[in-house]
Design a protein around this ligand. Structure first.
Ligand code: PEP
Length: 249
């Protein structure tokens, strides 16, 4: 499966001064990592700071959202090309905090996915179920439907070299991570669903787990066959914890 990938999602945290310290701590602590690729997804205003501090390091950077439109009269939106202008390589798409709070539809998320790729950004597509859906046993149906919106419109080949992050909504920011077996089972389902249609895409895509990953549970999660790394929220704001998670990958 190649190198593991660990992505920091800083969410709406930070300021110029704090970021400077955190970027520097990342650089100091992660520069010798060999088997893990690291990405930090920052709020839009700090893309320039990420570019100036992280260029020529082994850490890539990205944004946490993008517009589904390429250009035009879309006040307040930020296009894929603008994100790319700041040297970003990745963009998070469809994070549940956005999908819930800003009513993002699966259709919009699918458009954003291909919009990112059209501009040379690697999409990190977030999928996952609510606790009610898990308790009802319909989690694969829910995640399958999220993937189907992309597959039915654009085909499974678009998943080649992309990133899907399985993020059970009940695990995000709650301290209650999925067990490694729960996560592996969903990752296997996701890879299998794509593999039926496009084996190459299924092999080249990375499937991350996100939701209350910490230095303790990272070891077991990242040891699972279909878990190619993690999307890390809270613990990415602490350079020591983030380093331990990256080392577990
Ligand atoms: C996230 O925001 O994608 C996330 C996984 O957050 P946390 O690690 O804090 O649960």
């Amino acid at each position: 499966m190649g190198k593991k990938l660990v992505v920091a999602n800083w969410k709406m945290h930070g300021n110029l001064a704090e970021n400077k310290l955190l970027f520097q701590a990342y650089i100091d602590q992660l520069s010798s990592l060999k088997n893990t690729d690291v990405v930090v997804c920052v709020p839009y205003p700090y893309l320039a700071q990420a570019q100036s501090m992280l260029q020529n390091t082994n850490i890539a950077w990205g944004a946490q959202n993008l517009s589904k439109d390429a250009v035009g009269a879309h006040t307040g939106e930020v296009s894929a090309a603008m994100i790319k202008d700041f040297g970003a390589s990745y963009v998070i798409i469809g994070h549940s905090e956005r999908a819930t709070a800003y009513c993002e539809s699966d259709e919009n998320i699918a458009t954003k996915f291909v919009q990112a790729q059209a501009h040379g950004l690697i999409p990190i597509l977030c999928v996952g179920e609510t606790l009610i859906e898990r308790e009802a046993g319909v989690m694969q149906m829910v995640v399958g439907k999220q993937l189907d919106t992309i597959i039915n419109t654009y085909g499974a080949a678009v998943f080649a070299n992309s990133v899907v992050s399985y993020e059970p909504i009940w695990a995000i920011g709650t301290g209650l991570a999925a067990s490694s077996d729960q996560a592996q089972s969903m990752h296997e389902f996701i890879r299998g669903k794509v593999a039926v249609l496009d084996k190459t895409a299924a092999t080249s895509m990375k499937i991350l787990y996100g939701g209350s990953v910490n230095p303790q549970n990272a070891v077991q999660l990242f040891a699972m066959q279909d878990i190619d790394g993690g999307l890390i929220g809270k613990c990415s704001l602490n350079a020591q914890e983030f380093e331990r998670i990256c080392c577990a990958a």
